[in-house]
Ligand binder design. Structure first.
Ligand SMILES: O=P(O)(O)OC[C@H]1O[C@H](OP(=O)(O)OP(=O)(O)O)[C@H](O)[C@@H]1O
Ligand SMILES: O=c1cc[nH]c(=O)[nH]1
Ligand SMILES: [Mg+2]
Length: 212
């Protein structure tokens, strides 16, 4: 598994405001959207393209287009929805599938309550959106779900990741022949006793959409 922590002053600036407890929901949503677009630029470095020729007003020019089948973007509900528009801004021809997952607050086990994705993901490049990679249970289950349907590779975009979550993914997918990448705006220190990322930004879903 490959991890990329995007090191850029604009990313760090936006992430700092996102963490700030005084940042209200409308501002949080806008910053998350902007941050994802910056992460998406790095996360799509390996997106498949095919050679094409176009006619400029003067002469033919060699170029590339995104290959088919189109990549598939998979936000993990609920909080991952806050990253969808920012991702689609850079990949407007991608398809979108949905995974609804929730982590039990006591056991920290992830469970899936909704799926809306093509049955067959053979040959598809998948981009999973989930702001928080904490224990890694949610993302591990999402990646396994996509691989079980034949996904070719998975790139996860996370606003924040914890070392414990990355280690969990490393252990779970050790020896996997299919590439996994995690692209994040920040690698934080650790998890607290409730499985929250420290220093983190709190509950991403609640900060985006309100406390449930
Ligand atoms: O790495 P993990 O320990 O599995 O935790 C991360 C997950 O927890 C949060 O979702 P939550 O269960 O709060 O659902 P929500 O998005 O509906 O708020 C977050 O959005 C991730 O999906
Ligand atoms: O810090 C965390 C951990 C899991 N889910 C969140 O929303 N925040
Ligand atoms: Mg939540």
């Amino acid at each position: 598994m490959e991890t990329l922590v995007v090191d850029h002053p604009l990313v760090a600036h936006k992430l700092t405001t996102l963490r700030d407890v005084r940042t209200d929901s409308p501002t949080f949503r806008r910053l998350a959207d902007e941050l994802v677009t910056l992460l998406a630029y790095e996360a799509t470095r390996d997106v498949r393209v095919s050679a094409v020729t176009v006619e400029t007003p003067l002469t033919p020019a060699q170029g590339v287009r995104l290959s088919r089948p189109a990549p598939i973007v998979v936000p993990i509900l609920r909080a991952g929805l806050g990253m969808l528009d920012g991702m689609m801004r850079l990949l407007p021809t991608a398809e979108v599938g949905f995974l609804g997952m929730i982590r039990n607050e006591e056991t920290l086990e992830a469970s899936t309550y909704a799926t809306r994705l093509p049955e067959d993901l053979s040959g598809r490049q998948c981009y999973v959106l989930d702001p928080m990679l904490a224990t890694g249970g949610t993302l591990a289950a999402a990646i396994q779900y996509l691989f079980d349907r034949g996904a070719e590779d998975v790139t996860a975009l996370c606003l924040l990741a914890a070392p414990e979550g990355l280690a969990h993914l490393d252990g779970m997918f050790q020896g996997s022949s299919r590439p996994i990448r995690v692209v994040t705006a920040g690698l934080d220190e650790c998890l607290n006793d409730q499985g929250y990322i420290l220093p983190g930004l709190g509950d991403a879903g609640d900060r985006l959409y309100g406390v449930v």
